[in-house]
Design a protein around this ligand. Structure first.
Ligand code: IVH
Length: 684
């Protein structure tokens, strides 16, 4: 491939990937499957490896920066980032309208109503169309430079010029746009499930999750979270006429390929405004993000300028906060649960009550500080709500309903399960949760065993709470290795166990010995290691022994593994109890080899890519094709699985081809394969 051809192909690929990103993230209408997208992306990576001079800062490959940064740098905003005053009733909204009308006598006021997105405010700067700077609000005049983290947001164009929908839209010299970064409700649930699986506290709500993600110093970790952005305002503008109305700004943004609020209303008078707020309340539950209110903005810029701003908020806009769905019910008891990491979580046991579509019997009280902050007593009537529409939590006490018979709740001084000592602060000294320090605490052992058996981990059918409780209570299992020496007799004599179900459980244990290494790593329950982290370790390390031997530095350098995980893994393998556990698991015959492992010994443009060859190729012998793949750092495998990247198919290809089609794996003809390897091989 010549430089000229490479350049042409490069811009085609960049354009196509950008178009898919736009369709998916801005218009929410995917135009391509994951596999196809990945294939395009991979081709781009290969091309840029061979022709490094083609890599531009706005190439999709540049979204995830290389190394984590040490700290965020402060950046001044070109125009202060203000906040909004809040209102909570129609009456207050009417008062606001009247106030603005008094400041603008005789003017005909028009308004825009938008969803108030519950995320983190950001400012994004485009110079000559290029995304150059992204910042948090900070104190309003100076924020943190989070450019690297914002680049990972695929719905944020890196170049307005190429993302422009309407090519007649002019690119300004400098544009600073304001908006909200958020985590969709789906991703929020997913992130929380992963955190819990990794022994970490879940985020309380989507806003905390977005804020926590943006604070990460490692853009690779941010990229995994899958943040999104909506832009709803103009900060600073140079080299272009400011639109006369806010509604025109939003249209202009859309024309530039920027994502704007899902739905907006233009209202000519107060009544329309109130109706729009009501309509939004009905629609907002279907949005991808959490909305806690409506934002009402004066449309005409000239009128905005006339009414001006106060020290903290504009006088031309206001937020209207919706009542979050809440319910009142009686708090019967507080139980304190001990998780597998020893964390003590107080849980409110409630008189069952309907809330936002489900019956709620239990709600989290988070931690001891929260109980104290709420001043909650046993027997109180409490207010509950769903955080991020998902997790019920106690948010207040209805003090006027007290009868005098309520009792204060004493947080336990020792572990409620084993009676052992508890402490708090954690390794950072900042953790609010109390933890039981006794690793042999039955609650922790149970939790660890259940986690080991869980579907996402070793997937051992039948290994649920009831069985694990009995095994632990009878002293039959103190750790995971003990499970593998259980006898049929031992299991069959347990409650609710017949010989058949006992045998099934033993068979499931036997089958689990062959599981891939990442499942075992995840199942070990190492703090901070979720299934994503375990897979990343499985890709980097060929065996559990290799992982156990790895230095903290090597762990940190592993793809997708940050310092926190690296430290936790390193410590885990230094512990004598854990070393003994590993040895016994090995003796029990568990698989310690990683199927995900991709050798990096021969780094090349195809490193980490797995090919399967099938059928008779027109000109290449199988060994020749394999040599080409390995020469470029790729791997040849005999079986098609979801870890296969490409299948090269010739004549009379059979079941492997069918499997690849079924899994949606890209299938290459010899010609296409040669073309791809050509890009990989020829020096520029
Ligand atoms: S306009 C000068 N529009 O709410 C006006 N803000 O409580 C600044 N927010 O700091 C904001 N959705 O982070 C505006 N459609 C929207 C919004 C929105 C969410 C956030 C924003 C702001 C906060 C104020």
């Amino acid at each position: 491939m010549t430089q000229g051809q490479a350049k042409r192909r490069h811009s085609e690929l960049v354009e196509e990937i950008r178009r898919h990103d736009y369709r998916y993230y801005v218009e929410a209408q995917p135009s391509v499957g994951d596999r196809e997208y990945d294939a395009l992306y991979h081709e781009l990576v290969v091309l840029e490896t061979q022709f490094p001079n083609l890599t531009t800062p706005d190439s999709p490959t540049q979204r995830v920066g290389g190394q984590p940064i040490k700290a965020f740098q402060p950046v001044p905003h070109l125009l202060p980032m203000m906040s909004l005053d809040n209102t909570y009733s129609q009456g207050e909204v009417r008062q606001f309208v009247a106030r603005v009308q008094r400041l603008l006598p005789g003017e005909n006021l028009e308004w825009v109503v938008e969803p108030k997105i519950d995320g983190v405010a950001v400012s994004v700067r485009f110079e000559e169309g290029r995304f150059t700077l992204g910042a948090t609000r900070g104190d309003g005049s100076t924020g943190d430079d989070i450019t690297g983290n914002l680049k990972t947001i695929r719905g944020l164009p890196l170049n307005l010029r190429s993302s422009r929908k309407d090519t007649s839209v002019k690119i300004p010299k400098l544009l600073e746009a304001r908006g909200e970064v958020y985590l969709s409700l789906d991703k929020f649930k997913k992130a929380n499930a992963e955190r819990v699986a990794a022994g970490e506290d879940p985020f309380a709500n989507p806003r905390n999750a977005a804020a926590g993600s943006l604070k990460q110093l490692d853009p690779r970790i941010v990229a995994r979270r899958g943040l999104e952005v909506v832009l709803y305002g103009l900060g600073h503008l140079e080299g272009s006429e400011q639109p006369a109305r806010h509604s025109e700004v939003l249209d202009w943004f859309k024309g530039l390929g920027l994502k704007t609020p899902e739905k907006t209303w233009r209202c000519r008078h107060e009544q329309e405004l109130i109706e729009a707020i009501d309509q939004l309340d009905k629609l907002r539950h279907d949005f991808r993000y959490q909305t806690d209110g409506a934002v009402i903005k004066l449309d005409a810029r000239a009128l905005r300028d006339k009414v001006g701003v106060t020290s903290k908020a504009p006088r031309w806009a206001i937020a209207y906060k919706y009542q979050s769905e809440q319910a009142e019910t009686k708090l019967n008891r507080v139980t304190v649960q001990v998780g597998r990491t020893g964390a003590l979580t107080p849980v409110a046991e409630l008189e069952p009550v309907h809330l936002a579509g489900t019956v709620v019997k239990r709600a989290t009280l988070h931690n001891e500080d929260q109980i104290r902050r709420l001043g909650v007593r046993i027997g109180d009537t409490v207010t509950i709500q769903k955080a991020g529409e998902v997790i019920p939590e106690v948010v207040g006490v209805v003090v006027r309903k007290r009868t005098g018979s309520e009792k204060a709740f004493e947080f336990p001084k020792r572990c409620p399960d084993c009676g052992g000592a508890i402490s708090r602060g954690g390794s950072t000294g900042e953790e609010v949760a109390w933890r039981c320090a006794n690793l042999a605490c039955p609650a922790q052992v149970r939790g660890r065993l259940e986690h080991w058996c869980a579907r996402g981990a070793m997937d051992i059918e039948g290994g649920g709470e009831v069985l694990m409780r009995q095994l632990v209570d009878r002293g039959l299992a103190r750790d995971m290795a003990d499970l593998y020496s259980l006898t049929l007799e031992q299991v069959a004599t347990l409650e609710r166990m017949a010989e058949k179900s006992a045998q099934n459980f033993l068979d499931a244990l036997e089958a689990s010995k062959k599981r891939d290494l990442w499942r075992l790593i995840f199942g070990l329950g190492i703090l901070h290691v979720g299934s994503g982290g375990a897979k990343a370790l499985g890709r980097h390390f060929a065996t559990l022994e290799d992982l156990a031997r790895a230095s903290e530095e090597e762990l940190t350098q592993t793809d997708e593994i940050g310092e926190v995980i690296a430290h936790s893994v390193f410590q885990w393998f230094r512990d004598a109890v854990n070393k003994n556990l590993m040895e016994r698991l090995r003796q029990a015959g568990l698989n310690f080899r990683s199927e995900l492992y991709k050798p990096r010994a021969a780094p090349g443009p195809w490193a980490a890519k797995t090919f399967v060859l099938t059928g008779t190729l027109p000109t290449l012998k199988r060994e020749e094709a394999a040599a080409k793949i390995e020469g470029l750092g790729g791997k040849v495998s005999g079986t098609v699985s979801k870890n296969t990247d490409y299948v090269v198919a010739g004549e009379d290809a059979g079941s492997k081809l069918a499997k690849a089609q079924q899994l949606g794996i890209p299938i290459l003809t010899e010609e296409q394969f040669l073309k791809l390897s050509d890009i990989g091989r020829r020096p520029h």
